[in-house]
Design a binder for this molecule. Sequence first.
Ligand SMILES: *Cc1c(COP(=O)(O)O)cnc(C)c1O
Length: 402
Amino acid sequence: MIKGKYTKKQNPSGWGDQTKLVRGGLTRSEHGETSEAIYLTSGYVYDDPETAERRFNGEEEGYVYGRYGNPTVTMLEERFRLLEGAESCYAVASGMAACWGALGCQLKAGDHVVASKALFGSCYQIITSILPRFGVTHTLVDGTDAAAWKAAMRPETKVVFFETPSNPLLEVLDIAMISDIAHKAGAVVVMDNVFATPILQKPMALGADVVFYSNTKHTDGQGRVFGGMILSSAKFKEELLKPFLRHTGPTLSPFNAWVLLKGMETMKLRVEAQSKSAAAVAEALASSNVIERVYYPHHDTHAQVKLARQQMKMGGTMVGFDLKGGKTEAFNVLRKLKIIDISNNLGDAKSLITHPATTTHKNIGPDARKLMGIKDGNLRLSVGLEDVEDLIADLKEALKGS
Ligand SMILES: *Cc1c(COP(=O)(O)O)cnc(C)c1O
């Protein structure tokens, strides 16, 4: 959008992910600033009334209002679009705004959604309690079961929705298989790719139509701001997302967009380093005699390890484990940790651990937790950037005698 003399013409089609993350979408003002500028403005002025009229008619390129667009947000959207390899990208205020936007923009009364039962708590609430108020019905399935997906499809099935790996049990679903079943039934595949990140997994290449993110997680990765992103075809963005989001208003702050642009520069380095540490942590936990089960997509003990290795470049930054001693022991371990913080956020430079049954997955209730297989002894660890030896020592000490 900004075509000053300092903005280089980009030819990113041959670029690797890391070049896209540092340079993708970069535009510079007439001042030639090195770093991306923050355009912290809600509105825009015009030279004359004719210009304003042309902009509002869509006859002239340019911004009209912060809820419709902003140059810092545009840079972020273009950078993320290139990373994902999508036609279009729309940035919003949070991951949940992205989830609601991706679903709400296309669903209407009478439509049906088929979703995996292993969902992030708030996504589960949208499907099972908010959408039904608007006359949208749903069927929840075991996402690993192809026959269950097929059996759930109806003529009015409009959307197929899932996440992989899932929160918090890191269940891995077959994106190509589910997309194929959905497309044969005429449904749109909407996928939450938060846990894998676009660094480790590219769902669109496997058939997903719409992919969304919480940028609050690995994109910022340093615990500062909220953000969300919806990737789709250009047609989906123009015809469905734009009218829905412009008028309902989950606008991303330009300041947050700037923080996320800077976060993207180091995102690949962080995600890869954290995933490497997470794999080592999973391996160390697997030999503990107080742990019943470890959940890590690339660990040999994972139920879908073969698929996880095909679908994801690395196993990701998240590790789950069930303690034999249930909630009491889970709380004991949390209390004893000296480095790892108790927090329900994830994807951060700081290692964070949470007890899903009493935090992220409390609101869905005991029946839904049982359905999802979330036990009272389950802990979910987001592995950060600390020295992995220190993290393993912290965990081993906390697990001792528990
Ligand atoms: C955090 C998260 C979300 C929601 O994102 P917010 O930025 O917190 O609104 C959605 N899905 C998954 C898997 C998440 O981890």
